[in-house]
Design a binder for this molecule. Structure first.
Ligand code: ADP
Ligand code: MG
Length: 216
Protein backbone atom coordinates (compact mmCIF):
# COMPACT_ATOMS: atom_id res chain seq x y z
CA UNK A 1 0.00 0.00 0.00
CA UNK A 2 1.79 3.14 -1.22
CA UNK A 3 1.25 6.83 -0.64
CA UNK A 4 -1.28 7.14 -3.48
CA UNK A 5 -3.46 4.40 -1.97
CA UNK A 6 -3.35 6.17 1.40
CA UNK A 7 -4.37 9.39 -0.34
CA UNK A 8 -7.19 7.47 -2.07
CA UNK A 9 -8.32 6.22 1.35
CA UNK A 10 -8.64 9.75 2.72
CA UNK A 11 -10.31 11.06 -0.45
CA UNK A 12 -12.82 8.21 -0.22
CA UNK A 13 -13.34 8.75 3.53
CA UNK A 14 -14.00 12.45 2.90
CA UNK A 15 -16.49 11.53 0.14
CA UNK A 16 -18.34 9.09 2.41
CA UNK A 17 -18.38 11.52 5.34
CA UNK A 18 -19.69 14.33 3.12
CA UNK A 19 -22.35 12.01 1.63
CA UNK A 20 -23.38 10.92 5.15
CA UNK A 21 -23.12 14.25 6.99
CA UNK A 22 -26.87 14.48 7.55
CA UNK A 23 -27.13 10.83 8.56
CA UNK A 24 -24.36 11.17 11.18
CA UNK A 25 -25.81 14.41 12.50
CA UNK A 26 -29.23 12.77 12.68
CA UNK A 27 -27.78 9.91 14.76
CA UNK A 28 -26.12 12.46 17.06
CA UNK A 29 -29.39 14.41 17.34
CA UNK A 30 -31.02 11.34 18.90
CA UNK A 31 -28.47 10.80 21.67
CA UNK A 32 -26.10 13.80 21.64
CA UNK A 33 -25.97 17.36 20.35
CA UNK A 34 -26.54 16.91 16.62
CA UNK A 35 -23.08 17.94 15.45
CA UNK A 36 -21.16 14.75 14.65
CA UNK A 37 -21.70 14.87 10.89
CA UNK A 38 -20.88 18.57 10.72
CA UNK A 39 -17.81 18.13 12.93
CA UNK A 40 -16.40 15.27 10.91
CA UNK A 41 -17.15 16.84 7.56
CA UNK A 42 -15.25 19.96 8.59
CA UNK A 43 -12.35 17.82 9.84
CA UNK A 44 -12.04 15.62 6.78
CA UNK A 45 -12.39 18.52 4.38
CA UNK A 46 -9.59 20.28 6.26
CA UNK A 47 -7.49 17.10 6.13
CA UNK A 48 -8.06 16.79 2.40
CA UNK A 49 -7.08 20.43 1.86
CA UNK A 50 -3.93 20.01 3.97
CA UNK A 51 -2.94 16.91 1.99
CA UNK A 52 -3.48 18.77 -1.29
CA UNK A 53 -1.30 21.64 -0.06
CA UNK A 54 1.56 19.63 1.42
CA UNK A 55 1.60 16.39 -0.65
CA UNK A 56 3.23 14.23 2.05
CA UNK A 57 5.81 11.82 0.61
CA UNK A 58 5.09 8.72 2.71
CA UNK A 59 2.04 6.83 4.00
CA UNK A 60 3.06 7.65 7.57
CA UNK A 61 3.20 11.36 6.76
CA UNK A 62 -0.25 11.19 5.12
CA UNK A 63 -1.76 9.78 8.30
CA UNK A 64 0.00 12.17 10.67
CA UNK A 65 -1.11 15.10 8.49
CA UNK A 66 -4.70 13.85 8.64
CA UNK A 67 -4.39 13.47 12.40
CA UNK A 68 -3.14 17.01 12.81
CA UNK A 69 -5.95 18.41 10.66
CA UNK A 70 -8.62 16.43 12.50
CA UNK A 71 -7.33 17.55 15.90
CA UNK A 72 -7.25 21.22 14.94
CA UNK A 73 -10.43 21.46 12.83
CA UNK A 74 -13.00 18.79 13.77
CA UNK A 75 -14.08 19.90 17.24
CA UNK A 76 -16.26 17.84 19.56
CA UNK A 77 -15.05 14.76 21.38
CA UNK A 78 -14.53 12.94 18.11
CA UNK A 79 -11.91 15.36 16.68
CA UNK A 80 -9.15 14.76 19.25
CA UNK A 81 -10.02 11.04 19.36
CA UNK A 82 -9.87 10.43 15.60
CA UNK A 83 -6.94 12.83 15.27
CA UNK A 84 -4.97 10.93 17.88
CA UNK A 85 -5.86 7.65 16.19
CA UNK A 86 -4.55 8.81 12.81
CA UNK A 87 -1.41 10.30 14.36
CA UNK A 88 -0.58 7.14 16.30
CA UNK A 89 -1.18 5.03 13.19
CA UNK A 90 1.07 7.32 11.15
CA UNK A 91 3.83 7.11 13.74
CA UNK A 92 3.99 3.31 13.56
CA UNK A 93 4.53 3.48 9.78
CA UNK A 94 7.67 5.60 10.08
CA UNK A 95 9.22 6.56 6.74
CA UNK A 96 8.37 3.36 4.85
CA UNK A 97 7.25 4.12 1.28
CA UNK A 98 5.24 0.90 1.02
CA UNK A 99 3.09 -0.58 3.78
CA UNK A 100 2.42 -4.31 4.08
CA UNK A 101 -0.79 -5.91 5.33
CA UNK A 102 0.96 -6.70 8.62
CA UNK A 103 2.17 -3.10 9.04
CA UNK A 104 -1.30 -1.74 8.38
CA UNK A 105 -2.65 -4.08 11.07
CA UNK A 106 -0.11 -2.68 13.52
CA UNK A 107 -1.13 0.85 12.53
CA UNK A 108 -4.83 0.13 13.06
CA UNK A 109 -4.07 -1.38 16.47
CA UNK A 110 -2.03 1.74 17.34
CA UNK A 111 -4.96 3.95 16.34
CA UNK A 112 -7.25 1.97 18.63
CA UNK A 113 -4.74 2.12 21.49
CA UNK A 114 -4.38 5.90 21.10
CA UNK A 115 -8.15 6.42 21.07
CA UNK A 116 -8.60 4.22 24.12
CA UNK A 117 -5.81 5.93 26.02
CA UNK A 118 -7.29 9.37 25.36
CA UNK A 119 -10.98 8.54 25.76
CA UNK A 120 -10.79 5.74 28.32
CA UNK A 121 -13.76 3.97 26.74
CA UNK A 122 -14.19 0.27 27.44
CA UNK A 123 -15.74 -2.14 24.97
CA UNK A 124 -19.53 -1.88 25.35
CA UNK A 125 -19.56 1.79 26.41
CA UNK A 126 -21.33 2.61 23.11
CA UNK A 127 -18.57 4.57 21.36
CA UNK A 128 -16.45 4.42 18.21
CA UNK A 129 -14.32 1.89 20.11
CA UNK A 130 -17.16 -0.65 19.76
CA UNK A 131 -16.70 -0.56 15.98
CA UNK A 132 -12.92 -0.32 16.01
CA UNK A 133 -12.15 -3.23 18.38
CA UNK A 134 -13.88 -5.91 16.27
CA UNK A 135 -12.43 -4.33 13.13
CA UNK A 136 -8.85 -4.61 14.41
CA UNK A 137 -9.49 -8.21 15.54
CA UNK A 138 -11.07 -9.23 12.22
CA UNK A 139 -8.26 -7.58 10.26
CA UNK A 140 -5.64 -9.53 12.25
CA UNK A 141 -7.50 -12.82 11.88
CA UNK A 142 -7.54 -12.49 8.09
CA UNK A 143 -3.86 -11.54 7.88
CA UNK A 144 -2.96 -14.43 10.20
CA UNK A 145 -4.36 -16.94 7.72
CA UNK A 146 -2.52 -15.28 4.82
CA UNK A 147 -5.21 -12.86 3.62
CA UNK A 148 -4.19 -9.84 1.55
CA UNK A 149 -4.93 -6.13 2.07
CA UNK A 150 -8.28 -6.05 0.21
CA UNK A 151 -9.49 -9.11 2.12
CA UNK A 152 -8.29 -7.88 5.51
CA UNK A 153 -9.66 -4.35 5.10
CA UNK A 154 -13.03 -5.66 3.86
CA UNK A 155 -13.21 -7.96 6.91
CA UNK A 156 -12.39 -4.98 9.14
CA UNK A 157 -15.15 -2.85 7.61
CA UNK A 158 -17.70 -5.68 7.88
CA UNK A 159 -16.76 -6.34 11.53
CA UNK A 160 -17.05 -2.62 12.30
CA UNK A 161 -20.55 -2.63 10.82
CA UNK A 162 -21.51 -5.52 13.11
CA UNK A 163 -19.98 -3.62 16.05
CA UNK A 164 -22.07 -0.59 15.11
CA UNK A 165 -25.23 -2.72 15.11
CA UNK A 166 -24.34 -4.00 18.56
CA UNK A 167 -24.22 -0.42 19.91
CA UNK A 168 -28.00 -0.14 19.32
CA UNK A 169 -28.78 -2.30 22.35
CA UNK A 170 -26.34 -0.56 24.69
CA UNK A 171 -26.69 2.42 27.03
CA UNK A 172 -24.01 5.09 26.48
CA UNK A 173 -21.39 5.35 29.20
CA UNK A 174 -19.00 7.87 27.65
CA UNK A 175 -19.24 11.33 26.12
CA UNK A 176 -22.33 13.52 25.86
CA UNK A 177 -24.62 10.57 25.16
CA UNK A 178 -23.84 9.20 28.63
CA UNK A 179 -25.98 12.05 30.09
CA UNK A 180 -28.99 10.26 28.58
CA UNK A 181 -27.80 6.84 29.76
CA UNK A 182 -30.54 4.21 29.25
CA UNK A 183 -32.48 6.54 26.92
CA UNK A 184 -29.78 5.98 24.31
CA UNK A 185 -30.78 2.31 23.97
CA UNK A 186 -32.34 1.71 20.56
CA UNK A 187 -30.02 4.14 18.74
CA UNK A 188 -26.78 3.60 16.85
CA UNK A 189 -23.74 5.39 18.24
CA UNK A 190 -22.74 8.19 15.82
CA UNK A 191 -19.00 7.70 16.33
CA UNK A 192 -19.29 3.97 15.69
CA UNK A 193 -21.21 4.83 12.50
CA UNK A 194 -18.44 7.17 11.29
CA UNK A 195 -15.79 4.55 12.10
CA UNK A 196 -17.64 2.17 9.76
CA UNK A 197 -17.47 4.81 7.00
CA UNK A 198 -13.74 5.40 7.49
CA UNK A 199 -13.05 1.66 7.35
CA UNK A 200 -15.32 1.18 4.34
CA UNK A 201 -13.27 3.89 2.65
CA UNK A 202 -10.10 1.96 3.48
CA UNK A 203 -11.53 -1.24 2.01
CA UNK A 204 -12.63 0.62 -1.12
CA UNK A 205 -9.16 2.17 -1.48
CA UNK A 206 -7.28 -1.13 -1.15
CA UNK A 207 -9.69 -2.74 -3.62
CA UNK A 208 -8.82 0.00 -6.11
CA UNK A 209 -12.44 1.14 -6.22
CA UNK A 210 -11.73 4.60 -4.93
CA UNK A 211 -9.08 5.28 -7.54
CA UNK A 212 -11.34 4.04 -10.32
CA UNK A 213 -14.03 6.39 -9.08
CA UNK A 214 -11.61 9.31 -9.00
CA UNK A 215 -10.48 8.55 -12.57
CA UNK A 216 -13.99 8.30 -14.02
P1 ADP B 1 -19.43 15.59 20.96
O1 ADP B 1 -19.91 14.37 21.69
O2 ADP B 1 -18.42 16.38 21.73
O3 ADP B 1 -20.55 16.40 20.39
P2 ADP B 1 -19.11 14.32 18.39
O4 ADP B 1 -20.59 14.46 18.28
O5 ADP B 1 -18.31 14.80 17.23
O6 ADP B 1 -18.58 15.02 19.70
O7 ADP B 1 -18.72 12.79 18.60
C1 ADP B 1 -19.50 11.94 19.40
C2 ADP B 1 -18.93 10.55 19.33
O8 ADP B 1 -17.64 10.51 19.93
C3 ADP B 1 -19.73 9.50 20.08
O9 ADP B 1 -20.77 8.97 19.28
C4 ADP B 1 -18.70 8.46 20.45
O10 ADP B 1 -18.58 7.43 19.47
C5 ADP B 1 -17.41 9.23 20.49
N1 ADP B 1 -16.93 9.40 21.86
C6 ADP B 1 -17.34 10.30 22.77
N2 ADP B 1 -16.64 10.16 23.91
C7 ADP B 1 -15.77 9.15 23.71
C8 ADP B 1 -14.75 8.50 24.50
N3 ADP B 1 -14.48 8.91 25.73
N4 ADP B 1 -14.05 7.47 23.94
C9 ADP B 1 -14.31 7.07 22.68
N5 ADP B 1 -15.24 7.63 21.89
C10 ADP B 1 -15.97 8.65 22.41
MG1 MG C 1 -22.00 15.64 19.13
Amino acid sequence: MDVSTFRAWITEATRLVVDNTDHLTHLDAAIGDADHGINLRRGFEAAQAMLDETSPATPGAVLTTVGRALISKTGGASGPLYGTGFRQAGKTLGEDPDVSAIQLGTALAAALAGIRQLGAAAEGDKTMVDALIPAVDAYRAVVDIGGDLPEATRAAADAAARGLQATVGLPARKGRASYLGPRTIGHEDPGAASTVLILQALANATAGLAMERAAS
